[in-house]
Design a protein around this ligand. Sequence first.
Ligand code: GDD
Ligand code: MN
Length: 376
Amino acid sequence: MDLTVIVPTFNEGPNVAELVRRLGAALQGREFEVVFVDDSTDDTPAIIRGVADATDFPVRLIHRDEPDAGLGGAVVEGIRAAQARWCLVMDGDLQHPPEDIPRMIDRAAVGDVDVVVASRYVAGGTAGGLAGATRTVVSRGSTLLTKAMFPRKLHGCSDPMTGFFLLDRETVDLDSLRPRGFKILLEILARRQLRVGEVPFAFATRYAGESKASLTQGIRFLTQLAMLRFGRMSAFALVGGVGAIANLVIMWGLIRLGMDYVPAAIIASEVTIIGNFLLLEYLVFADMRSESGRMRSRFVKSFVFNNIEALIRIPVLSLLVQGAHLPSVFAAGITLVAAFVVRFVFHALWVYAPKRVGAPSPQSALAQASGRTLEG
Ligand code: GDD
Ligand code: MN
């Protein structure tokens, strides 16, 4: 087997037959397999099975009943299941033309790179298929931001956000990846210095169906960047910061509505405690959830901790306001900052501690929790 083509799919039924047909034509004469890693909620799996039966090269389906880590998680699962050493990752909607794959293979065959990236942003490439000016600006802007954060690792890569690349799977440590959402290539390139080759490609328009990109994906991407660059603690700080601002805004609003500052602080705290927990679940500790028991018990721990923290914080707050005569919202800000470090340690060590036998100890959970990826 020379090549495994990995296609993550989420409700892409109408694209499957055309994609497989064009792959077959473009890769004629080569030994290859196609692996669909599917999280669909519609009839896409049945369509893939039907197409597989009618094709003379291997087309495999991995359907995930409990999808983990979205598009990126699906790609990692596909790489794990690949028969070939070289894995070609592409979208299932034909925005990545199969006809470009032979050029990518030729580039890899030169033998001096670990990954070949099909780039929209080198001479000869275009991003024409990106829907609308907003998407284009967001794509260019986030590419620049990302390259600025990893100037060395992404030096040779003009398009770390692409979902179209050819990877020597023996050069990546799959266990070190923490995929979350769409940007799996970035995750791979930021973890370890790889040798990158590029070929230009023209990002096409979708064949059928619609994009699954969303604002949530955008927020996941920002969290991923923070995690890759500064480790988990900064993502935690980001969430804490958002929570603290929400807390102060709610408190300020309630005071303006005529409420006394103490009940206002209590209500603002309860609302943000719940909101913060959800952000921690789905952004900061998403990769540790499956090993740390039940969500309900994590919520209870987090809720009790934060309420005890608030119980201590509110008398301190009134001390600062009444004793030290600080403005109430400013004083609340100080107490929120002070609570941050304690809260991080508590959550990383206790709330999200791995439960399974043989799982890493709390010490290594903290090492992992605060571990950063340094360049170089
Ligand atoms: N298995 C699985 N699980 N597949 C998914 C999921 C998921 O949760 N979400 C999306 N996909 C699949 C889609 O079915 C499609 O085959 C592919 O991933 C890309 O999704 P699109 O919805 O077509 O994304 P896009 O076109 O907006 O974004 C693409 O281009 C971006 C560049 O601007 C992706 O390739 C991005 O990774 C890329 O950054
Ligand atoms: Mn697409």
